[in-house]
Design a protein around this ligand. Sequence first.
Ligand code: IMP
Ligand code: MG
Length: 179
Amino acid sequence: MTQKPYTVDELISAKAIAARVEALAKEISTHFADTDKLIVVGLLRGSFILIADLVRKLDLPVEVDFMEASSYGNATESSREVRILQDLRGEIGNRDVLVVEDIVDTGYTLKHVLEILSTRHPRRMEVCALLNKPSRRGTDVQAKWIGFDIPDKFVVGYGIDYAQRNRNLSHIGTVRFTE
Ligand code: IMP
Ligand code: MG
């Protein structure tokens, strides 16, 4: 795919992300303090860096599993069609689950994933999302923990991509087309 030229303007610094992730990890550790083992379910691929940082700050016994859902293709517009491309490896029945998502935008991806996971009857299931675009929400889905509310702009970095690029940025920035 040919890409229109663009630059990335910093929106959230690496330092601000690290501080926020540490604060979220404290809250999550307190919330799940009584669990024998928390299953952290990362939604690929956008949450992979967040998960790596978050689990290292959790003061809990933790298992990590992954699921891949897709709604975007390579475009910057969301679609209501959500496909499960890869399911969890492990069972979550009667277990404590933390679903970790990169961005909640319209909310359709998260809603769909939570519906599927609920049919497996976890004991408790909560959501942590790094970014939230409240102005775009088309469903009533909620994340218990949110890193940052952001405006309705297309963002990249810290695991999040534009057409598979820029996941390796340490900060989060907005995409600005230069022509
Ligand atoms: P939703 O179903 O509209 O809530 O879309 C959520 C998914 O779309 C997220 O998990 C992201 O993978 C992707 N997404 C939403 N906004 C952005 C963005 O600004 N940049 C990159 N990906 C995004
Ligand atoms: Mg995603």
